[in-house]
Design a protein around this ligand. Structure first.
Ligand SMILES: C[S@@+](CC[C@H](N)C(=O)[O-])C[C@H]1O[C@@H](n2cnc3c(N)ncnc32)[C@H](O)[C@@H]1O
Length: 483
């Protein structure tokens, strides 16, 4: 959907793809299990990503599930070309990347998982509607779709500020000039907000984050032609028009209960119940949540109820902090958790003691003994979030074997862009030539002694065996070795 004569914005300015760990089907299945649904098994699942950009996330997902089909498309020919360049050297044979438009794309098959991240709020309403139609037409019975989006009411100030930028910056300005003008305008507006301005909280956050935004990200998030956040109830109604229903939150935000849980339940009942109503009620009470990752299913064939949490594993996603009242945990994006019960304390201590290793649910249950209380603690820590949950056996080797083999995708991406998705879809950054040389040597043919010999030759100095072991252990914790 590009105006005739205008270059598509995502071709003109590259969007710097973030690696999004929540897109991992093993995490989506875990999130669904924590909310009572058995989404398809992640290993071997067929996956479609809509608006995949350069497809780096999809490549990471495919690397952890060899043999299963992974299809991605995006309107930007430039983004798809970047993805295909990496795909060619990645060793993956289970990925198709193609240029395509949401309004007309047809896949000719169904998929267990459909992913669409960072697209819904940034396309016109007609494309939002087509997106839901596309999901409905391609979702396998029992399958789930992940759609992320900005949410009202909290996104309303952003909407107003973005509308102002669009009017204040000349249409057709060169992206570079538009970005510079927008940054200056935002700084000025932010500095001049009156103390009780209702836009002030949004400006405060924006001005704090702005210096860290890459230009490409800023351009597409703040200067996009389209910006249409929806309330959860609007999304629920739109989904229903296509035979879809919101069933869960892949970010687990809906499980987070900061004291308003009972009130949200009561309001949701007045709104007719269901996940979308519950999330809408929570958003109205909370007033700060701007972004959600909603899981959709087919109304006529939702996933079955989850039997239990037995197959899940958990990993710490926070740093412990010693405080006067005991240990607290601080995760990304200001996530903060101070265990308030003996069991919460016990679970966090166990995860912290074994990090970065994943801990099986069965081990936590054996230690705590009370499934119902444990499940509540796990839902709480994953929703803050200070822990992550996965619902499949780790597709990486926690202890590399005699001849370590690094994921070829990791090597291909580090060569191309200096970052890579790990086999759990976390972001690995490596600008260091020595690490890259080491990973390239780990191709499954060399023993540790061979690695030591070839690293020593490459670096022109003797590398002790202990250093080889230390680097192997560190990289194993970063989920890059195949089993
Ligand atoms: C903010 S980017 C997100 C890209 C990627 N999903 C990610 O999270 O990194 C939005 C993407 O939607 C794509 N897009 C916009 N309109 C589209 C359409 N009509 N059909 C397919 N892709 C579209 C853009 O080309 C762009 O790659």
């Amino acid at each position: 959907m590009t105006e005739p004569g205008l270059e598509f914005a995502y071709d003109a300015v590259a969007y710097p793809t973030p690696i999004v760990p929540e897109l991992n089907p093993a995490r989506i299945r875990a999130a669904c299990a924590l909310q009572g649904f058995a989404a398809p098994a992640a290993a071997g699942a067929s996956v479609l990503e809509i608006g995949c950009g350069d497809g780096y996330n999809l490549l990471g997902i495919a690397a952890a599930s060899p043999g299963a089909p992974h299809v991605g498309f995006d309107l930007s020919a430039a983004a798809i070309a970047r993805g295909r360049a990496v795909l060619r050297t990645s060793g993956l044979s289970n990925v198709e990347l193609a240029q395509g438009d949401i309004t007309v794309w047809r896949g000719g098959r169904t998929f267990d998982y459909i992913l669409c991240h960072g697209v819904h709020s940034w396309v016109p309403p007609v494309v939002q509607e087509a997106l839901l139609g596309l999901i409905a037409a391609h979702l396998a019975p029992g399958g789930v779709a992940y759609v992320s989006h900005d949410v009202l009411p909290a996104a309303a100030p952003k909407q107003a500020i973005k509308a102002f930028l669009r009017r204040a910056i000349p249409a057709g300005a060169e992206p570079h000039d538009a970005i510079a003008a927008a940054r200056a305008l935002l700084a000025d507006l932010g500095a001049r907000q009156l103390p009780h301005s209702r836009l002030r909280p949004q400006f405060d956050v924006l001005l704090r984050e702005l210096p860290a935004f890459e230009d490409g990200y800023f351009f597409h998030d703040w200067l996009s032609d389209a910006y249409h956040p929806v309330s959860m109830t609007d999304l629920g109604e739109a989904a229903a028009r296509h035979g879809l229903v919101a069933i869960a939150d892949a970010g687990l935000a809906d499980l987070f209960d900061d004291g308003n849980g009972a009130a949200a339940d009561a309001l949701a009942a007045r709104l007719g119940g269901g996940h979308a109503a519950r999330a809408y009620a929570a958003d109205m009470l909370d007033g700060t949540r701007m972004f959600r990752r909603t899981v959709l299913a087919r109304v006529d064939a939702p996933p079955p109820p989850a039997a239990d949490l037995g197959e899940l594993s958990f990993v710490l996603a926070a740093a412990p902090e010693s405080q006067a009242g005991g240990t607290a945990y601080r995760g990304a994006d200001n996530a903060f958790f101070r265990p308030a019960t003996a069991m919460a304390w016990q679970v966090m201590a166990r995860l912290a003691g074994l990090a970065p290793r994943e801990v099986a649910y069965a081990d936590l249950l054996a230690e705590t003994g009370d499934a119902s209380a444990l499940n509540k603690v796990l839902a709480q820590i994953c929703s803050v979030p200070v822990a992550n949950a996965y619902a499949s056996p780790a597709p990486y080797a926690g202890q590399p074997g005699e001849r370590p083999r690094a994921s070829p995708l990791v090597n291909a991406m580090l060569d191309a862009v200096e970052f890579a998705p790990t086999l759990r879809l976390n972001r690995l950054v490596s600008k260091q030539g020595a690490t890259r040389m080491f990973l390239a040597l780990c191709d499954g043919t060399r023993t540790r002694a061979d690695l030591r010999r070839d690293m020593s030759a490459g670096l022109g100095r003797d590398v002790p065996a202990s250093q080889i072991e230390a680097v192997l252990a560190d990289l194993a914790g970063r989920q890059v070795f195949l089993g």
